[in-house]
Every structure is written in structure tokens, then in C-alpha cells.
Design a protein around this ligand. Structure first.
Ligand code: 5GP
Length: 234
């Protein structure tokens, strides 16, 4: 993949390749631009994170969804650059050693990681960012960026999760069992998160998610002196 991959695709670039653009914009903003909020959505494979995102994001202004890099095989219907950047192990390792990933984790035999450049650029432009991560990556992000808002998506039950995973028809029995085992670990950790949304009904789960983002945007501690001055001057 090269930086020329546009046409609906976000290219994977190393930090060095990206930094110049974000630095320029920060300068233009005179360093005064409010940083965007980083949202992390975590939950078992098959719990419906993608579906919640697809319903929720059109209801929210300007959230940048970070497309992850992965070494996993592309599933039918998945589009490179939209669902994931599908990379070879070698390219993934290259990105990693060039410090091009904000976090990464191994999940059921494959590597997954968040390209650093686009996320930092969006945040410095004041755009809110959404990452979808498994638990190990979510913990890494929280320890490096403690201000991140952590949202856990829970299934109504393990049997329902298993039904959804099998219904997808994309994984071998062995992978399904491994994904279910990871799901149990993640569910045990859900109290580490700031919010928990149970995905029983997609539309009410998406509404809960939208409400969380709106409530976080409205928190008083995010108001800057400039916001107050603007209100007073108006
Ligand atoms: P799937 O193979 O089902 O698309 O994803 C497997 C798991 O990896 C899911 O829990 C998904 O949220 C997580 N995942 C996707 N992208 C990333 C990433 O960039 N980093 C980490 N740590 N996990 C990811």
C-alpha cells in the first residue's frame, strides 16, 4: 500500500510520513486549537461494534473512525482501506518498527494495530476519533492516553454471542472457540471501562452510544478560556 491509495482508502503511513501535515495545521491554529476526544470501543468479536458504529456515526458530526491495520485474511464483502488495511506480516512489522502504530495486539493468531499518524492528525485538528480495539490494545491506549473515553459493548449473553459468531459463517470451529474464550476474558474486564452498552437491540445500543459521545462532548471540564471569552464577547 502506498500513500497514493486514495479513492475511499486511507493509506497507512508512518509517523514521519505524516507529521509534517499535522504540524502545519497545529501551527496554523496557533497551538490554540482544542484537541479532539479519543473514544475507544471494545467488545467481543461478533458483539456488533461495526453495526453500532454504522448506525451511530451518521447521527454525530465529525467523528473520525480509525481504520486499523491487520494481518488477518480479508472476509468476503470486506473492502481494503475501509474495513481494515489488510497487510502482509512484513508490512505490519515495518510499520511497527517505524513507530507507525499507536498500539497493536495479537488476536486469535493475527496482528491488529492502529495507524498512528491519522489519529494524531485528527485529534490535533480538534476532531473526535473512534478506535475499535480488543482488550489488550484498549488497555495500552488508556495507559498512554488516560483522557481517552472507554466504552465497552457487551452481548446480552454468551449464547447469543455464540449464535452471532456462528451466524457470520466466516470462522473455523477452532477460531470460534478462541474468539469465545477471548470474549469471556473481555467481559470479565468490563468494569475497567467508563461506559457499558449492552447490544440487545441494535438501534437502542446505537442510541446509547450516540448519547455517550454527546454527553462527553458536553462535559464542563472541556470548556476552554477561549470558549468562555467567545461567549462573553458575543
Ligand atoms: P475481527 O477479526 O473480528 O475483525 O477483529 C478481531 C478483534 O480485533 C476485534 O475485537 C476488534 O475490535 C479488534 N481490533 C480491530 N482493530 C484493532 C486494532 O487496531 N487494534 C487492536 N488492539 N484490536 C483491534
Amino acid at each position: 500500500m502506498t500513500p497514493e491509495d486514495t479513492e475511499g482508502n486511507q493509506s497507512v503511513q508512518t509517523d514521519g510520513e505524516r507529521r509534517s501535515g499535522s504540524d502545519r495545521r497545529a501551527e496554523q491554529a496557533g497551538g490554540r486549537r482544542k484537541r479532539g476526544i479519543l473514544f475507544v470501543m471494545t467488545g467481543a468479536s461478533g458483539v456488533g461494534k461495526d453495526s453500532i458504529r454504522r448506525v451511530a456515526l451518521p447521527q454525530l458530526e465529525d467523528v473520525y473512525y480509525s481504520v486499523s491495520a491487520t494481518t488477518r485474511t480479508q472476509r468476503p464483502g470486506e473492502v481494503d482501506g475501509q474495513n481494515y488495511h489488510f497487510l502482509t506480516r512484513e508490512r505490519f512489522e515495518e510499520l511497527l518498527s517505524a513507530d507507525g502504530l499507536l498500539e497493536h495486539a495479537e488476536y486469535v493468531g493475527d496482528m491488529y494495530g492502529t495507524p498512528r499518524g491519522p489519529v494524531e492528525e485528527a485529534l490535533s485538528q480538534g476532531r473526535d476519533v473512534l478506535l475499535e480495539l480488543e482488550l489488550v490494545g484498549a488497555r495500552k491506549v488508556k495507559s498512554r492516553m488516560p483522557e481517552a473515553v472507554m466504552v465497552f459493548i457487551a452481548p446480552p449473553s454468551m449464547s447469543e454471542l455464540e449464535r452471532r459468531l456462528r451466524g457470520r459463517g466466516t470462522d473455523s470451529e477452532e477460531k470460534i472457540q478462541k474468539r469465545l474464550a477471548r470474549a469471556r476474558e473481555e467481559i470479565r474486564a468490563m468494569r475497567e471501562f467508563d461506559y457499558v452498552v449492552v447490544n440487545d437491540d441494535l438501534y437502542s445500543a446505537a442510541l446509547d452510544f450516540v448519547s455517550i459521545i454527546r454527553a462527553e462532548r458536553a462535559r464542563a471540564h472541556r470548556i476552554t478560556d477561549a470558549d468562555i471569552e467567545r461567549t462573553l464577547a458575543g
